[in-house]
Design a protein around this ligand. Structure first.
Ligand code: 2M8
Length: 423
């Protein structure tokens, strides 16, 4: 790509970020998602840093200002009233001073903070802001292992598909059958007003999403009880790998800033988590799989959640096998990395997390594969991502077979990732 073409794409990406900037936080996209989302914000901070380092730190600080007393960082902060999204604060009823949801999302903050710090031009500002965030991110990591790994196995479970960030992945189908739909209060979806219903989760899935919210609400959002009381407890390899990478990165950042206790605690979490990940490896699939904690069995579903662990310092043979799996997928889909293996009859090229390509996931996989010495495969992922942007704009997700833009448009984290890919 010529320098002027690169600069042009970056300028267009910055425009998307500015459009969605609310001052102290950024919304994922207008209409569909009018609040602050947890992992969107942390990844968006990387894009913001490109033109305003102070603003990038503010993005994460705003999120952590709404951390719960027990350490959890909620997946949505409802800063302002807006009836364009369901389920809103009146459904969650978490009783927080500023309304938030009651579940969490992938813990990318530790990774993002370290990357912001490492790249900072203004090291004094970065040290000051990172130092203030460190104990908060550390408390969140502690919260995960205390509340979502009650037996101390080294792996945390999600108790709602929304926590994974991959809402309607095929990974959850079987375990989700266990979630009833009786007693779900009547509701009206809003997402289908903004995006094509054929590209979104089904009505039945929404009923189950809402049932779980009502169930947890009935337990007073007491995190000490929710894990064991949830009929849905899944150990997602991608989710765990992100937490492991974040713990390792937070440990490095803490060590640099002289916070030795935080460094040691996070180093230990990452080490234990990495060892435990072996339980999720499937030689037959050439990737990791989810584990249903209720049945104790691995879930036969080749999703991108099992490729994402390349983002953590997994053993070299595992990273090599994942690189080979991505190459195999590139033979089946024009654009990588599809969120599900196209050979699986359950694959759906346009339906949200059941097939489409997502640039945030591409970014993390390619970052990990580069670090593991698989630069060529990583480059292929970057190339697919940039081709999609050139051909289809800053969409929420893309059809891996045709490149068609899907879901919401002018999407913040997609724009932030493009800036990252072009750095
Ligand atoms: C999607 O999830 C939200 C629920 O959190 C939704 O569909 O209503 C997911 O893609 C999630 O990963 C993302 O953080 C969120 C905002 O972009 O949208």
């Amino acid at each position: 790509m010529t320098v002027s073409a690169t600069n042009d794409i970056i300028a267009r990406a910055v425009e998307v970020l500015r459009e969605n900037d609310q001052g102290a936080y950024t919304i994922p996209t207008k209409g569909l998602y009018p609040f602050q989302w947890n992992w969107d914000s942390c990844l968006t901070a990387l894009g913001l840093a490109h033109y305003d380092e102070a603003r990038a730190w503010t993005e994460m600080e705003t999120l952590f200002a709404h951390q719960w007393p027990d350490g959890m960082v909620p997946h949505i902060v409802f800063h302002v009233w807006n009836d364009g999204y369901f389920p809103g604060p009146e459904v969650w009823r978490t009783g927080r001073p500023t309304a938030t949801s009651g579940i969490t999302q992938p813990a990318v903050a530790g990774f993002a903070a370290r990357r912001l710090f490492d790249r900072a031009n203004d090291k004094k500002l970065a040290a000051e802001r990172a130092r203030a965030l460190l104990p908060k991110i550390d408390a969140w990591h502690r919260w995960f292992y205390e509340n979502r790994d009650p037996k101390g196995e080294g792996l945390v479970a999600i108790i709602h598909p929304w926590e994974s960030g991959r809402d309607n992945s095929i990974d959850w189908d079987e375990a989700f059958e266990r979630v009833p739909t009786e007693g779900v209060e009547p509701y009206t979806r809003r997402d289908t007003l903004h995006a094509d219903p054929a590209h979104r989760p089904t009505r039945e899935q929404y009923d189950r999403y809402v049932w779980l919210v009502q169930h947890f609400r009935g337990l007073g959002w007491d995190n000490a009880r929710l894990h064991d009381a949830s009929p849905f407890q899944v150990v997602d390899p991608g989710f765990n790998a992100i937490l492991i990478r974040a713990a390792a990165d937070l440990a490095d950042l803490a060590a640099t800033l002289g916070e030795t206790e935080i460094a040691a605690a996070n180093r230990a979490r990452a080490k234990k988590g990495l060892a435990a990940m072996e339980r999720l490896w499937s030689e037959a699939h050439g990737q990791y799989l989810c584990l249903d904690r209720i049945t104790g069995e691995l879930i036969d579903s080749a999703s991108v959640g099992g490729i994402l662990p390349a983002f953590a310092a997994i053993p070299k043979p595992r990273a090599a096998a994942i690189a080979a799996t991505v190459e195999r997928l590139a033979g089946k889909a024009r654009y990588v990395v599809p969120s599900h293996d196209p050979v699986d009859p359950r694959f759906d090229a346009k339906r949200y997390w059941r097939g489409p390509v997502w640039l945030v996931v591409n970014y993390m996989i390619s970052d990990g594969l580069t670090a593991a010495g698989h630069g060529e495969v990583a480059q292929r992922i970057t190339q697919s991502s940039l081709d999609l942007i050139r051909e289809s704009g800053f969409a929420e997700y893309y059809d891996p077979l045709t490149g068609e833009p899907l879901g919401g448009g002018r999407f913040t984290w997609t724009a932030a990732m493009v800036i990252e890919f072009l750095r």
